[in-house]
Design a protein around this ligand. Structure first.
Ligand SMILES: N[C@@H](CCC(=O)N[C@@H](CS)C(=O)NCC(=O)O)C(=O)O
Length: 210
């Protein structure tokens, strides 16, 4: 029998919410501990022993300790042999991973500028030029997704896959922010509505938190 999964990370952190979404999609049993800002400090030796970077989420699966939210997503899908979410054929897998890496690399700065700086007003991200750059780049990258979604209902193709979890989150935040101007993007709006039909998306992503 497999050990019960242990997820460390506050339930309201965006990188944790992606993992909660997948655990829910997979209907996996797990325990969750609220570590991080506002909860137990990740600077505690107990936490640093698991992740010296002091970031959440961390997944503990028996002897395996895994950090980095997108790595955790891939680990869980592979562990469960969730072929539909994370197909074995390399070309299909690469298409999915490309969108996951794209979010990790290309959305970090726009999220900091537009959300941390512009929406929450947090230093050091709230410098006006950084906020404006973040908003412009966030909008431009939502345009990239909008264009991709004109050809297929999901980023991996017809079906929902792991590609839609990181992207679904940044799309949610785009529509949830009050401080940005949004020009019409019909394919992106339809995608957001499509994801919103998923109960797990509504429980962990479109759940009242930005
Ligand atoms: N690249 C990492 C980033 C992890 C990260 O920055 N997590 C944030 C929460 S979203 C964090 O640990 N913040 C510190 C805290 O909550 O105390 C991942 O994807 O897991």
């Amino acid at each position: 029998m497999q050990p019960t999964l242990r997820l460390l990370g506050r339930h309201n952190a965006f990188n944790v919410r992606k993992v909660l979404w997948l655990l829910d999609e997979l209907e996996l049993p797990f325990t969750q501990e609220d570590w991080g800002r506002g909860f137990r400090p990740t600077g505690d030796p107990e936490f640093l022993a698991l992740n010296p970077l002091g970031t959440v989420p961390v997944l503990v699966d028996g002897p395996a300790v895994i950090r980095e939210s997108h790595v955790i997503l891939r680990y869980l899908a592979a562990r469960e042999a969730a072929e539909a979410l994370y197909p074995t054929p390399l070309a299909a897998r690469a298409r999915i991973e490309a969108w996951m890496d794209w979010v990790a690399y290309e959305m970090s700065m726009p999220m900091r500028g537009a959300y941390l700086g512009g929406e929450l007003g947090l230093a050091p991200w709230n410098r006006a030029s950084f906020v404006q750059l973040g908003r412009d780049e966030y909008a431009r990258r939502m345009g990239v997704l909008d264009a991709a979604l004109r050809d297929a209902p999901h980023l991996g193709g017809d079906a929902f896959t792991l590609a839609d979890i990181p992207a679904g989150f940044v799309v949610h935040r785009w529509f949830a922010m009050k401080s940005v101007e949004r020009s019409p993007m019909p394919a992106l709006e339809a995608y957001y509505a499509r994801l919103s039909e998923r109960p797990a998306f509504r429980r962990h992503i479109r759940n009242g938190l930005p």
